[in-house]
Design a protein around this ligand. Structure first.
Ligand SMILES: *[C@@H]1O[C@H](CO)[C@@H](O)[C@H](O)[C@H]1NC(C)=O
Ligand SMILES: *[C@@H]1O[C@H](CO)[C@@H](O)[C@H](O)[C@H]1NC(C)=O
Ligand SMILES: *[C@@H]1O[C@H](CO)[C@@H](O)[C@H](O)[C@H]1NC(C)=O
Ligand SMILES: *[C@@H]1O[C@H](CO)[C@@H](O)[C@H](O)[C@H]1NC(C)=O
Ligand SMILES: *[C@@H]1O[C@H](CO)[C@@H](O)[C@H](O)[C@H]1NC(C)=O
Ligand SMILES: CC(=O)N[C@H]1CO[C@H](CO)[C@@H](O)[C@@H]1O
Length: 371
């Protein structure tokens, strides 16, 4: 849970730091220096929950993609993004500057960087994060600045303006549950509609919001935790909000990315349904991390194969065939490697909630076009 604040703190420290990626040579940020790096020596692989930061490394103007051969995007795909031009982030930055006694400094950013890490982190900890009321629209997110992040990731994806390397990307079924506790005072249909509009879809019309509210109905049986009938409805809107807050930032962008990018590059996708019996959180955000790590499992083989050969089905040694063939995701064959309890791994079709997800994706794309 701490991860998101740490990301902010680390990001600010990284801007001046030298990092070593896997066993490769030192890479000095900012991004400009990425260009000179020989990819043969470098990190083959990078994966974090909330994978948008990874994607950003693949799609900024200065990165000519000599850095990464492949990417593993766990629970995150290029998604809608606010812009620096909206100026909505300034008060949050100013607050942080103030909390660190940097107000009035000639270079507030340099001042922040001189604050000892613990003191800085303590001030970050006092700001809102994804577990505050605004949840998935947290204030500390990357923003389009026209320079490093040239345009909305959705536009970059639709235009093909990003690194066309092999990618694995997947989600858990109930991505939104853990982000729907801090806003559980939303208990009526009107509050639900008001919240998704102001917090997630500010450029959409009342009619469009009404359409989304129909596609994410009040019926708990259709909410997340998906497939648990009327159970786990801790408030009348909880499962509905969890469904929307899983699809809006995670499962929707994943499908949008695959629909556009799978024609240009090799892509594999997965869905995690394990943990459905966890009360209230189900197959929650990040719960698929553990799938990739245990030794001697089919998924570990797939993962290592991908790192070595950029194909989960092909081992570098020509042996150790994974038990399940993992087909690429294509628009005419939208196949997912799907994990279910207890230890089931099979292939399913990526067509769930297709009307609802398509509608969200259309709205966020429309908003991105408006700049
Ligand atoms: C800012 O100044 C106040 C008052 O001098 C001090 O208590 C606080 O520790 C300082 N904060 C930081 C982050 O340096
Ligand atoms: C920030 O918050 C996290 C989570 O509550 C805590 O573990 C960490 O110690 C805090 N860091 C500082 C410097 O206060
Ligand atoms: C829920 O709580 C938040 C944060 O305290 C508040 O801003 C919001 O107005 C409340 N909404 C409702 C419907 O009570
Ligand atoms: C999908 O399209 C590709 C390229 O047009 C074609 O080679 C492949 O056979 C099609 N697959 C299916 C399942 O229709
Ligand atoms: C995949 O496994 C699940 C759980 O056993 C089962 O319900 C589902 O029917 C299977 N799907 C396919 C396409 O085999
Ligand atoms: C159908 C297919 O290509 N399956 C391959 C998956 O990967 C293993 C090696 O890891 C191969 O042996 C299979 O032939």
């Amino acid at each position: 849970m701490v991860y998101y604040s740490i990301f902010l703190a680390t990001f600010i420290s990284l801007l001046s730091a030298t990092v070593v990626v896997a066993t490769g040579p030192k890479v000095t940020l900012p991004y400009a220096t990425f260009q000179g790096v020989d990819d043969g020596n470098l990190a083959k692989f990078l994966g974090v929950p909330f994978a948008q930061p990874v994607y950003l490394l693949l799609s900024n103007k200065l990165n000519t993609n000599t850095l990464f051969r492949g990417a593993f995007l766990e629970s995150g795909s290029p998604a809608s993004m606010k812009s620096v031009a909206d100026c909505d982030g300034q008060p949050f930055y100013d607050g942080l500057v103030d909390a660190n006694n940097c107000t009035g400094s000639q270079d507030t950013f340099a001042c922040l960087r001189r604050v000892p890490f613990d003191a800085f982190m303590a001030t970050v900890n006092r700001t809102d994060n994804v577990f505050s009321f605004t949840s998935v629209s947290s204030e500390w997110v990357p923003r389009v600045d026209g320079e490093v992040i040239v345009e909305s990731p959705l536009l970059s994806v639709s235009q093909g303006a990003y690194s066309k390397i092999p990618i694995m990307t997947g989600d858990s079924d109930d991505e939104g549950t853990i982000f729907s506790f801090s806003n559980d005072n939303i208990t009526t249909n009107a509050e639900f509609m008001g919240y998704i509009q102001s917090n997630c879809l500010p450029k959409s019309s009342p009619a469009q919001i009404a359409q989304i509210s129909t596609l994410y109905p009040e019926d708990p049986a259709q909410g997340s935790l998906f497939g648990t009938a009327s159970a786990n409805a801790i408030t009348p809107e909880f499962k509905r909000l969890a469904a929307f807050q899983g699809d809006f930032p995670f499962l929707g962008p994943r499908r949008f990315f695959l629909e556009h990018a799978s024609a240009r590059q090799n892509m594999w996708s997965w869905l995690n349904l394990r943990g459905k019996t966890n009360p209230v959180i189900g197959a929650f955000h990040g719960s698929d991390s553990g799938i990739w790590l245990p030794a001697n499992t089919m998924t570990t083989d797939s993962w290592l194969n991908f790192i070595n050969t950029l194909d989960p089905n092909r081992s570098a040694r020509g042996n150790g065939a994974p038990a399940v063939f993992w087909p690429m995701w294509k628009t005419n064959s939208t196949q997912l490697l799907t994990f279910s309890d207890p230890v089931v791994v099979n292939i399913t079709t990526d067509d769930f909630r297709s009307d609802a997800i398509r509608s969200i994706n259309e709205l966020v794309f429309e908003a991105a076009l408006q700049k």
